[in-house]
Design a protein. Sequence first.
Length: 179
Amino acid sequence: MTFNLRRAVTADMAEIMRLERAGFAPAIQETEQTFAERLAAAPEGCWVLAGEAGRLYGYLCAEFWPLEPGFNPNRFARDHAAGETHSLDGEEIYISSMVVDPVTRGTGWGRRLFSVALAEMFARHLRLRSAILIVNPEWTAARRIYSAEGFAEIGEIEGYFAAGDGRQLSAIVMRRPQT
């Protein structure tokens, strides 16, 4: 199967939302309004893995933030307003969400989407100095991708993710400096 990595456009919204529903449990899915705001506020951070006939096989959404030492847990609120947090002259990429279609899992396309989208953002915006993200501790495949891409754990945000059995799981905060 052939895929094309490109920046997301408004016409991709239905497919992005299909992927969001396929990739995340209902308790942590973000809204269409959140994605529309990300596309409007931070189009340079929204990327899709496009196949034939308009079908998407993955997306990655990011914002540019001012670089802060450590991390502020309040900045990572789900469904936050990207228009209030994105700064085109920011020095850090915040990867707010990424999903690959379940049919592509295990094929390496998720890692390609992640690494190429990040490389494109760093190449196009030379002031960027690092990238930061959060991940559920149970998402071992995602954590492997992030670690292989040079991200290291720098802390946790307690009670961030709802587990299917009613538990609350911490979000692991990971950062990678640009080399």
